[in-house]
Design a protein around this ligand. Structure first.
Ligand SMILES: Cc1cc2nc3c(=O)[nH]c(=O)nc-3n(C[C@H](O)[C@H](O)[C@H](O)COP(=O)(O)OP(=O)(O)OC[C@H]3O[C@@H](n4cnc5c(N)ncnc54)[C@H](O)[C@@H]3O)c2cc1C
Length: 381
């Protein structure tokens, strides 16, 4: 596979990661799905090999690597299974809030453990009553001396069970106009008084990913845990959502490529009416249509990743990629399942799991409808 932004050292990194995953992830993945959890030992092994947060500065335990290495990690984990999305969330979504907006003291306190895999992170924005409309969150953080007192409930939180550090979007100013100016980000550690976990949620797919509710009841958090400045949380979230959505787009592209290859193998082996089903024109056309979508998706995505690595602001194009590539993977999942006939509906065939896992990407990291709102706004509408 050729990516314009990757060099020889990236390819070597990919081979060693693949070798690692062949031993530490592929053979265990189905069991993790049954357990509804990826064990912490996998995180620690990833950390030990330098596969967590490679872009973190060396002084805080990372390798100071460029984002091309993170792209490889996201791609290779998606090939194992979409249930490993929590690792990408930790590496490329949560930890970057600390690296960009954290104080030196916060970086020293948290980053080394995040890179080792013995501190798993999460981000908690969504609440039972609000998701897309982030400005409508109800969780509050009231300053009381040298602590914030946090009250509220969050739901659908990726890494919710494992997380040792969660960045919580809270209202520090409930009277702010507009409301989003009252949002701040506060990091809350495992064991903090008043912080508990609610249910581990049963999902349609992503079975090994621990998605959970988090509860904060008079939760006493030191003021030193504020990330960046008070009232700037919404601004930070909007800025960092670019990378979050890019990670989701990468996963959607890779899963489409993977499902296509599963279908290709199957149609070549399966026979009907005395010949390989790959010889029916209908099936050839389906494969041709999917190959075209995948090729176009890859070209757009690769260009976008390059721009992102070069620090360009690509918020609108990322929204386009997130929306288009996740729709593509949903369509490809359905087509590839159909090409497998009845076997496609059986759990022992990987396409069945992929079919369950894919649709949620249109929902999280901002729904596809919200992506269209962003695109339309940029069109001046
Ligand atoms: C598996 C999973 C993992 C998740 N992980 C996390 C996490 O780690 N952290 C976190 O904070 N959240 C997480 N989420 C939550 C996710 O980001 C939200 O579910 C999502 O943002 C949508 O919010 P909602 O569910 O409240 O839907 P709503 O906002 O209630 O939307 C319902 C429907 O209305 C549509 N809609 C809403 N507003 C508009 C509009 N203006 N125009 C057109 N249509 C609109 C939506 O697109 C959707 O179709 C996760 C969700 C899932 C399912």
């Amino acid at each position: 596979m050729y990516h314009p932004y990757l060099k020889e050292e990236h390819n070597m990194f990919r081979s060693s990661l693949r070798k690692f995953l062949q031993k530490e992830a592929y053979p265990h993945y189905e069991q993790w799905e049954r357990d509804r959890l990826v064990p912490r030992s996998f995180w620690e092994k990833m950390g030990m090999q330098g596969f967590l947060c490679p872009d973190v500065d060396e002084q805080y335990g990372g390798s100071g690597a460029d984002w091309g290495f993170s792209v490889i990690i996201n791609e290779e984990l998606e090939r194992v299974g979409s249930g490993l999305i929590g690792v990408g969330l930790h590496n490329d979504i949560v930890v970057p809030y600390i690296t960009e907006y954290g104080t030196d003291e916060q970086k020293k306190r948290w980053l080394p453990s995040c890179t080792k895999g013995n501190m798993i992170s999460a981000i908690a924005m969504t609440e039972p009553g609000t998701g897309s409309d982030l400005a409508g969150i109800k969780t509050t953080a009231k300053l009381n001396g040298d602590h914030y007192i946090v009250n509220g409930q969050k739901t659908f939180i990726t890494n919710g069970i494992h997380c040792d550090l969660v960045i919580v979007a809270c209202k520090t100013d409930t009277g702010a106009v507009p409301a989003h100016k009252g949002i701040s980000l506060i990091a809350i550690e495992r064991g903090t008084e008043g912080f508990s976990r609610g249910r581990k949620l049963e999902k349609v797919g992503l079975h090994c990913q621990d998605t959970a509710e988090l509860i904060f009841e008079d939760c006493k958090v030191p003021v030193q845990n504020l990330i960046g400045e008070e009232g700037k949380g919404f601004q930070y979230l909007m800025k960092k959502l670019q990378q979050e959505r890019l990670v989701v787009a990468i996963a959607a592209q890779v899963s489409s490529e993977h499902m296509f290859s599963l279908a290709m193998d199957y149609i070549k082996k399966r026979e009907a009416f005395g010949k390989s089903i790959s010889q029916f024109q209908h099936i050839q056309f389906k494969m041709a249509e999917m190959a075209t979508d995948i090729e176009m998706g890859r070209a757009f995505l690769d260009g976008l990743i390059s721009e992102h690595i070069h620090g360009k602001e690509v918020v609108v194009k990322v929204s386009m990629a997130k929306f288009k590539l996740t729709e593509m993977s949903r369509k490809i999942a359905a087509e590839c399942m159909q090409l497998h006939g009845g076997y496609g509906y059986m759990e022992e065939y990987e396409i069945a799991r992929r079919y369950r896992d894919v649709p949620v990407a249109s929902i999280y990291a901002g729904t596809n409808e919200i992506m269209k709102v962003i695109i339309a706004k940029n069109l001046g509408l």
